[in-house]
Design a binder for this molecule. Structure first.
Ligand SMILES: Nc1nc2c(ncn2[C@@H]2O[C@H](COP(=O)(O)OP(=O)(O)O)[C@@H](O)[C@H]2O)c(=O)[nH]1
Ligand SMILES: [Mg+2]
Length: 472
């Protein structure tokens, strides 16, 4: 049985944190009612509670997940292959546990990629904008030892061993980033400046110089060459001895010499195993990522009913407690437990302390992003625009509470799914990453849909049966 299923089947009463939070809430409610605290949704109280003991976590310089910080990879050594294999095998073991139905396909693929096959023909990919001269160049490229196909930087075929990136001027900033990404995944890339016959020689030289300058540390400068695969005819004017002028059209011969020479160096017998090994390494990583996608689907399916359960628990608590501020204590407990449960599904083990920190951080984030205001505004708008009487009084707060818990849950699921599958998840949330995800869930369309649907569901629940804290 998977960890996720295990968590799902656990009754709420077995969760000490939750019960602790609830009884604390009840206790405070009793005390509070003596003093006649107004039963209203107060953002000040909310803010205070959420900020209690909390640091401004999104200012903490947590480690950047920016993939562009990854090192450039010149060659893939056998040790790197061994490591990628190990990772794929470990992931396969997790898939065997959590998604057994998918294991056979992945196992077959892993077996295929276990050995380095140097006898396979090398695959070349030609990238470049439409009209840059790809087809013209392919007419001049030897197909041995490389077979060529046209591709795009975003979609380089998995079996590619060598890339020619054709350009007719300097790369744009986003193209430089794409090139960098290709180099970080150990791709061998040559930049090919096309149509050199169209420019004066000095302009070609200065363009090459700029490209080589900007490629420093990214590409060997020999990998930046200029060609003219299909030069256009030029008009040649000649003064005759008799003072007349004649015009003749001549077509310069194609010139791909610089590229052919460099390709020969890049594909020597000694260099070929490196090209094959880099492709094997990328395939293994790709397989591992695919396995994680499958795991994430399965995990999401386990997570959704859990979020659902906690969201109604929040709603029930908000409706049951006449003092809104006190609901929040219960809500904090509910969310903390939900974080632990969701973390367990994604094999990210939160200690109670860590989960409480995460809850506080998420609470702060929701306050910062104005989640409560947005929810209240949207609800009152829904309430005014169509007279939904069932959303009166405490039920409105119930919908709000369910909504906020659902946002937290769905955001966490997205967050866990976004983590780099090649590094184990940390029970410390990355503030900026989470902030972007929560922001998306708070967007107008999603918010409206979610609140409407929660309102309808809550109404159905309230009509059908009572919503109590014990309900799961
Ligand atoms: N002047 C000049 N034109 C070229 C050269 N190579 C290609 N072209 C022209 O550029 C246009 C697009 O070339 P093509 O190879 O079809 O580009 P693709 O869209 O990248 O495949 C055609 O009109 C070619 O004749 C070159 O070296 N010099
Ligand atoms: Mg073409």
């Amino acid at each position: 049985m998977s960890k996720g299923q295990h968590v799902t089947s656990k009754p709420i009463s077995n969760k000490p944190i939750l019960i602790g939070g609830l009884s604390l809430s009840m206790l405070l409610w009793l005390g509070g009612s003596l003093y006649g605290v107004a039963a209203e949704w107060s953002q000040d109280i909310l803010l205070t509670l959420m900020l209690l003991g909390g640091g401004v976590w999104w200012l903490k310089g947590k480690k950047s997940k920016d993939s562009l910080a990854a090192p450039l990879l010149e060659t893939i050594e056998p040790e790197a292959i061994a490591q990628a294999l190990e990772q794929a095998e470990q992931t396969l073991a997790v898939v065997t546990e959590e998604a057994p139905q998918a294991v056979d396909t992945f196992k077959t693929q892993l077996e295929q990629q276990r050995e380095l096959n140097v006898s396979q023909p090398l695959q070349g990919a030609v990238l470049g904008a439409s009209g840059v001269g790809k087809t013209s160049l392919l007419n001049h490229l030897d197909t041995s030892p490389l077979t060529w196909q046209v591709a795009s930087p975003e979609n380089v075929p998995l079996d590619t061993n060598l890339i020619l990136w054709l350009i007719s001027s300097d790369l744009t900033e986003s193209q430089w980033q794409q090139l960098k990404h290709l180099r970080q995944t150990a791709h061998t890339v040559a930049l090919v400046l096309t149509k050199q016959d169209q420019r004066p020689a000095e302009e070609n030289q200065s363009l090459l110089a700029i490209l080589r300058q900007r490629s420093q540390g990214l590409l060997p400068l020999e990998n930046i060459v200029a060609i003219a695969a299909n030069p256009q005819p030029i008009l040649v004017r000649q003064h005759q001895a008799n003072g007349q002028m004649t015009e003749t059209r001549t077509t310069p011969p194609p010139d791909v010499q610089a590229l052919s020479a460099r390709l020969a160096q890049l594909t020597t017998e000694a260099a070929c195993p490196n090209l094959h090994r880099a492709t094997q390494w990328r395939k293994l990583r790709h397989l591992t990522q695919q396995m994680y996608q499958t795991l994430n689907q399965v995990r999401r399916e386990s997570a959704l009913p859990i979020i659902e359960r906690y969201q109604w628990l929040s709603a029930g608590t908000a409706i049951a407690n006449p003092v809104a501020a006190l609901d929040l204590l219960a809500t904090v407990a509910i969310n903390t437990q939900m974080i632990i449960d969701l973390g367990a599904i994604y094999r990210c083990r939160f200690s109670l302390d860590q989960a409480q920190t995460a809850t506080r951080e998420l609470g702060e984030l929701l306050v910062k992003l104005g989640a409560m205001e947005l929810s209240t505004q949207t609800l009152s708008h829904l309430y005014k625009s169509n007279p939904v009487t069932y959303l009166a009084g405490g039920a409105l707060q119930g919908v709000s509470a369910a909504y906020l818990t659902r946002i937290v849950g769905l955001s966490l699921v997205d967050y866990f799914a976004e983590q780099d599958p090649l590094t184990p998840p940390q029970p410390m949330l990355d503030g900026s990453q989470l902030s972007a995800i929560v922001g998306q869930w708070l967007g107008q369309t999603r918010r409206l849909d979610l609140l409407k649907s929660l309102g309808n569901q809550l109404s159905a629940r309230l009509q059908g049966r009572s919503l109590t804290v014990g309900e799961a």
